[in-house]
Structure formats: structure tokens, C-alpha cells
Ligand binder design. Structure first.
Ligand code: TPP
Length: 594
């Protein structure tokens, strides 16, 4: 099909000139464009395919960007981007220096609010709506589009609860597809599933009771219905709530049938929909799988073990335990705060909770870590996935702050495995019944290097670092999986220089191995620390603090890590290169110190 209509639409002003009867053709073309793009360039698929009609209807009816439109999470905003002056750049989506995969205020006036983490849209839209009223503007509308998984999160409820006692011009649109990345969970999902398209919701339903003008549910793929309802809602003052029902992956058969896989499928054949195999030589496991399989192995023997994930059973690989031991493994929905305090409660009863959360999403549960876990010194095991740079999801998703935000919390142990076997062994160690503190175990996205990682368990001594290589002139102190890369880099130096370089992987950021550090600082004057956390407050900072507290302040310490800026999107390799943390960059730093 020739793309006649979409070719002539650069932005919503053009879209509004189109006859309503032609909008379904725009939808078809948009769907094809997104499938074409994601099939070769990768990215999020299912969520965007599900909101194509909604996106068109919203921009058609409302006066965007004056009327503000916030996409919760933001992974479903591809059609929005294409319709808002970014069609010609869309081929750069998620690429270095290209468009962000999420809405971003600096990218377009149509992106009213930056998103990436879920459940923020209602509060942000309410803030905007209240601001409009304060400024004497009673007409502008502020719209939050939120999914059924995200609306079950605490922050969304806080926003709804507040909005219901305001007269703000807020429209919350619930995009109900019964899916997060994995199937949605919880009692609210069951409640929502009772609502059926075409049947009037009973008066006094939950949203109604919160003082919203409720309508729906309507079919979110029916453009005529959507346009009609949005036109009606546009004229209504105060908080409004529209419930629409959609299908995640709409328009691509496989994406509709296998919604988890096609959330972000990687490359696929755009005609057959078949996912193309990744031709990777590396047969080593993903770190998430080392976690998932090891936990299941341990949990089969140790009845005290429980597993908790906030809405990421597939991403974290807790799904293996959920499938085999469902009575002891829980997906609690997008509820990081609840996940942490739930783990704390279980720990008070002598269970051993392994709470797996991505580094970036754990940020949301900071008070719970301090107030509910650390102050009471409860031995919760935090399994912090996707630590370090994560690549194309960009600034909202990099896990580069956790060492800094955790290191200042008393009682907490912080461990970063150098490889898959370390991760396996620490998961084993913490369930031996000796752990008296909470522990944070941070590991990266993606694969390790060791194919045969399922070796017999060995206990890891808490607070002991590892000497990887002796040397005569400089000491490199690394933490986490970057240590293996440093060893490879050292191996590329000529023998005479190699002999000068010593390398230690501390493994524990807290407690630091003070005996090892004493020996290192006594022997070496030049020290280089390397980490994939932000330099400010990170592992390197802890080494500088050690030197000052222990009369080694005269030593030359250079800290390498993530600089004090938000790192955008690109492949992880490109991003490492951009901040001199690729092999070449690190090698140059080592040479400069030698
Ligand atoms: C705070 C937070 N936790 C976890 C995630 C990971 N995540 C991204 S999308 C998603 C599911 C969102 O589902 P839903 O709200 O139903 O939106 P839909 O996918 O249907 O658009 C999750 C859990 C996130 N983005 N933010």
C-alpha cells in the first residue's frame, strides 16, 4: 500500500484536516510503519500497536500540545512520536544521538512530560491541570494515558485520590489490555475485568466513588467511538476518567498471541512476524537466568526461601520459581515500595526473602530500604538486576546510582559479583542461616562469559576482596563484572608494563576489605578505581574515604566510572565509548598512570 495519508501528516494540525472517515487508513499506515521499523531496528512493539487508534483520536480531538498529553511509562508512544513532527527522524529511535524511545520534554513540545518509570502520569497531569487553574486558564485539558498494570501502583492511587477532591481539568484514560510486560496481577485487575465493553458500568463503581466523571469501558480500537467520547469529555470540567479496552500487539497476529515475547521482540520478519534468531557466539547465560535458575535450585532445598518481583517475572527470571513453586514466589505488580516492605515483613517471620528489582526501579523504594529493612536490620536479600548502563532504554533506565544511594545506609552489605559463579555462590551463601544483615547483590543486564557456570556451591566470605593479579607500580581496584574486562585489558599490555600493574576486585563495596586495602595502600602510591556506577558517591569514593580515614591521604587516587551527567541512549558499547569506559578508554587511563 502506498503511504498516501501519513505522508501528508507531519503533525496533529495536519491530522485534524483529515476527514474522520479516513482516520482508519491513517491507523493502518501507522501500524505498518511501526511494524516495519521495529522489525529491523528493534524496540518496544506490543504497547505501541495497542494504542494507535487512541493516539490518533487524542491528537484529532484535543488541541495538543496546548492540551497536554502524558504517556505513562512511555514505551507506547511510537505513534505519538510519528504524528508529532518526528516521522522523518523516527528511523533513529533509540539510537545514539537519535530519538529517545520514551517521551522527552527536550525532544518535542508534544512530549508534555518525560516518562520511563511507570505510574507518574496522573500526578504530573494533575500538577499541570492545577497550575492551569491557578493561572486562570479554565479550558486547557490535561490528559494522562495509563495502563492497567501501572494504575495499580501506589503513586497512581495517590494521584487519583488527590485529583478527586480538585476541580482540575484532568482526563485519566485507562488503557486496559490486561497486560503489563507480563500478565497484570492483583485484585484491581479482577475488578477491571468485570467491566465489559458495551455494558454500562454500575453507578458507584470504584472510580466514580473517587469523584471522577467515569465513562466506559469502550473499545479502544473503534475510532468512531473514541472520537465521539473524547469530544464529549473535552467539554466537561473537572476530573474525568475514561476506561478503554485494547489488545496489546493489535494488528500483528503473533504479537497479539504471544504478548510477553512481542513486548520488545528484537528483530523479526515483518511479513511472517517470526522472531529472528540472535546469532551470538556467546553461549554463557544471562545474569538474570543465573539468578532465576539458582534461586529455584536453592528454594527446592530450603523451604525458608521466598522470591518477590514487582512486575518483572520474565525480565528478572523469577518466573522459573513462580512456575515451579508458586506458593513461595510472588509477582506483586508494579509496586517496588510494597515489594520491599513485604520482604521486610516476611523476614521478621524467619523467611529468607529474595527481592529482585532492577537497579533503576529500586530507586522508588528508597525509604522502604532504609526505614523498613535497614533500621530494623532485617536480612532481606536484594537482587539488583540491570545494574550499570543498560543501553537503548537510556537515561530513565540506566542502573548507575545504586552503589551511591545504598552505600550510605547503615547495616547494609553490598556485593557485586565479578562473574556468574560469584553470583551463584552469593545466592547460596546468604541462605546458609548466618546472614544477620540485609544484603544488596548488584549484577548487570545481559550475558556473562562462563558457559559452565552451574558448578558446586561454595560459600563466599562476607567482606573479602579478591587479588586477581600482583604488580609492582600501580594498583587497579575494580568492583563487579567490569573486573573481568579489566583483566583482559591488562593482558593486552606488553610484558614489562604488565608486571607493573596489580589488580584487585573488592567484590564488597560494604563492608570494604580493610585488611586487603591496608596492604594495597601500604605498597602502592598510585591507585585507579573502576566501576560502572556514578563516580559521585560510588565505589571509588569509598576508597578515597578509606584513604583519608586511614592516613593514606597522600596517595594518588584516580576514580573512573559514570560521570556526573545523565547518560542517554545507544548501544552499551557506544555509551561506554562516549564516556571513555570502553577498553581503549580504560587502557589509555592505565597508560597515563603507569
Ligand atoms: C516503576 C517501574 N517499574 C517497572 C517498570 C517496568 N515496566 C515497563 S512497562 C511495564 C508494564 C506496564 O504495563 P501497563 O501499565 O499495563 O501498560 P501497557 O504496557 O499496557 O502500555 C513495566 C512493569 C517501569 N517502567 N517502571
Amino acid at each position: 500500500m502506498t503511504k498516501t495519508l501519513l505522508n501528508n501528516i507531519a503533525n496533529p494540525e495536519d491530522l485534524r484536516k483529515i476527514a474522520q472517515s479516513d482516520l482508519s487508513f491513517v491507523a493502518k499506515e501507522l501500524r505498518e510503519s511501526i511494524i516495519d521499523f521495529v522489525a529491523t531496528k528493534e524496540g518496544h512493539l506490543g504497547a505501541s500497536l495497542g494504542v494507535i487508534e487512541l493516539t490518533i483520536a487524542l491528537h484529532y480531538v484535543f488541541n495538543t500540545p496546548k492540551d497536554s498529553l502524558i504517556w505513562d511509562v512511555g514505551h507506547q508512544a511510537y505513534a505519538h512520536k510519528i504524528l508529532t513532527d518526528r516521522k522523518k527522524y523516527f528511523h533513529t529511535n533509540r539510537q545514539l544521538n537519535g530519538l529517545s524511545g520514551f517521551p522527552k520534554r527536550t525532544e518535542s513540545p508534544y512530549d508534555s512530560f518525560g516518562t520511563g518509570h511507570s505510574s507518574t502520569s496522573i500526578s504530573a497531569a494533575l500538577g499541570m491541570a492545577m497550575a492551569s487553574k491557578i493561572k486562570g486558564d479554565f479550558n486547557t485539558q490535561h490528559i494522562a494515558v495509563i495502563g492497567d498494570a501501572s494504575i495499580a501502583s501506589g503513586m497512581a492511587f495517590e494521584g487519583l485520590n488527590h485529583a478527586g477532591v480538585t476541580d482540575a481539568n484532568l482526563l485519566v484514560i485507562l488503557n486496559d489490555n490486561a497486560m503489563g510486560i507480563d500478565p497484570s496481577v492483583g485484585a484491581l485487575k479482577k475488578y477491571l475485568m468485570k467491566a465489559k465493553v458495551g455494558q454500562k458500568a454500575p453507578k458507584g463503581n470504584m472510580i466514580d466513588a473517587l469523584n471522577f466523571n467515569y465513562s466506559g469501558p469502550i473499545d479502544g480500537h473503534d475510532l468512531t467511538e473514541l472520537v465521539k467520547e473524547l469530544k464529549r469529555l473535552k467539554k466537561i470540567q473537572g476530573p474525568k476518567f475514561l476506561h478503554i479496552v485494547t489488545t496489546k500487539g493489535k494488528g500483528l497476529k503473533q504479537a497479539e498471541q504471544e504478548q510477553i515475547k512481542y513486548h520488545a521482540p528484537g528483530k523479526f520478519d515483518k511479513l511472517t512476524g517470526e522472531i529472528l534468531p540472535k546469532n551470538s557466539e556467546n553461549k554463557a547465560p544471562k545474569y538474570q537466568d543465573v539468578f532465576g535458575f539458582t534461586l529455584l535450585e536453592l528454594a527446592k532445598k530450603n523451604k525458608k526461601i521466598v522470591g518477590i518481583t514487582p512486575a518483572m517475572p520474565t525480565g528478572s527470571s523469577l518466573k522459573y520459581m513462580i512456575e515451579e513453586l508458586p506458593e513461595r514466589a510472588f509477582d506483586v505488580g508494579i509496586a517496588e515500595q510494597h515489594a520491599v516492605t513485604l520482604a521486610a515483613g516476611m523476614a521478621t517471620q524467619g523467611l529468607i526473602p529474595y527481592c529482585t528489582i532492577y537497579s533503576t526501579f529500586l530507586q522508588r523504594a528508597y525509604d522502604q530500604i532504609i526505614h523498613d529493612v535497614a533500621i530494623q536490620n532485617l536480612p532481606v536479600v536484594f537482587c539488583i538486576d540491570r545494574a550499570g548502563l543498560v543501553g537503548q532504554d537510556g537515561a530513565t533506565h540506566h542502573g548507575v546510582f545504586d552503589i551511591s544511594y545504598l552505600r550510605c545506609i547503615p547495616n547494609l552489605i553490598i556485593f557485586a559479583p565479578q562473574n556468574e559463579i560469584d553470583l551463584r555462590n552469593i545466592l547460596y551463601t546468604v541462605q546458609l542461616g548466618k546472614l544477620e544483615n540485609p544484603i544488596a547483590i548488584r549484577y548487570p543486564r545481559g550475558k556473562g562469559n562462563i558457559e559452565n557456570w552451574q558448578v558446586p556451591f561454595e560459600e563466599i566470605p562476607i567482606g573479602k576482596g579478591r587479588t586477581l593479579k600482583e604488580g609492582t607500580a600501580i594498583a587497579i581496584l575494580s568492583i563487579g563484572t567490569i573486573g573481568t574486562r579489566i583483566s583482559e585489558i591488562i593482558d593486552t599490555f606488553p610484558e614489562i608494563e604488565k608486571q607493573k600493574i596489580a589488580h584487585f576486585n573488592l567484590l564488597f563495596v560494604k563492608p570494604l576489605d580493610k585488611t586487603l586495602l591496608d596492604t594495597i595502600f601500604t605498597k602502592f602510591d598510585r591507585i585507579l578505581t573502576i566501576e560502572d556506577n556514578t563516580i559521585k558517591g560510588g565505589f571509588g569514593s569509598s576508597i578515597i574515604e578509606f584513604s583519608q580515614e586511614n592516613n593514606f591521604a597522600n596517595k594518588r587516587i584516580k576514580t573512573l566510572g559514570i560521570p556526573d551527567e545523565f547518560i542517554e541512549h545507544g548501544t552499551t558499547y557506544e555509551l561506554l565509548q562516549s564516556i571513555n569506559l570502553d577498553n581503549e578508554g580504560i587502557k589509555t587511563e592505565i597508560k597515563n598512570i603507569l
